[in-house]
Design a protein around this ligand. Structure first.
Ligand SMILES: C[S@@+](CC[C@H](N)C(=O)[O-])C[C@H]1O[C@@H](n2cnc3c(N)ncnc32)[C@H](O)[C@@H]1O
Length: 215
């Protein structure tokens, strides 16, 4: 982990991390690399790139979280953003779901190792959650999961009225949102101003597409 890059990003986001939380982030990346030698979890393995694309990118979601929020990360993969959120926001309950068992095994391993009692990793398809967790989350997020259209379709039933969907996307997301205005409204969602940001070391622009469930 590149501590200097992480510390700078934390300050820019007006966040505060304890030494224990920095240590947990470091251990997370070390374990990801260790597991990655046996099972393919991520294509991103460089020190700076992992720090930026896994940790710093995930941290951009933190300002959107409210105390006590129940969060769902859909298609969480090796645990981004879910694991980072669970480390830095012990006051929130973080559920993550992924269809691939080995990815969830990794998340469970990290949960045990770092004693993340606020983390609930689930193995399965998100479509199955609608039956018993409908309206059960204050914020549903995803990164690199699917088209915005599919995310809206699958995630809207899972968020509570007044809660938000936050899709972590590339910088060109505005166009996608424009094309989907009608389906977004039909799902009972209202689009809120997006949060646009640039990752360090020219690693690209990103956008948080935010939609609030009005009914
Ligand atoms: C490209 S990965 C992104 C992982 C992680 N969010 C990240 O940004 O590093 C997409 C993940 O979505 C999962 N996935 C795809 N369709 C799914 C579904 N219907 N339910 C649950 N997980 C799904 C895949 O198994 C995969 O791990």
């Amino acid at each position: 982990m590149n501590r200097e890059l992480l510390t700078k990003a934390v300050a820019e986001l007006n966040l505060e991390l304890t030494e224990q939380q920095y240590g947990a982030c470091e251990l997370l990346l070390q374990e990801l690399l260790r597991w990655n030698k046996k099972i393919n979890l991520t294509a991103i393995t460089g020190r700076d790139e992992m720090t930026i694309k896994h940790l710093i990118d995930s941290l951009h979601l933190v300002p959107e979280l409210r105390p006590g929020d129940r969060i769902l990360d859909v298609g969480s993969g090796a645990g981004f953003p879910a694991l980072v959120l669970a480390i830095v926001r012990p006051d929130c309950l973080i559920t993550s779901i992924d269809a691939v068992g080995k990815k969830i095994s990794f998340q469970k391993h990290i949960g045990r190792l770092l004693k993340l009692t606020n983390l609930e990793p689930l193995h399965g398809r998100v479509e199955l959650l609608a039956a018993d967790r409908s309206g059960g989350f204050d914020l549903v997020t995803s990164r690199a999961f699917s088209s915005l259209e599919l995310f809206v379709e699958l995630a809207a039933p899972l968020v509570s009225v007044g809660g938000r969907l936050v899709s972590m996307r590339g910088i060109d997301a505005e166009q996608e949102v424009g094309l989907l205005k009608e389906s977004i409204a039909a799902a009972g969602l209202r689009v809120e101003p997006a949060v646009n940001y640039r990752l360090p070391l020219k690693m690209g622009g990103r956008s948080l597409v935010i939609m609030r469930k009005a009914r």
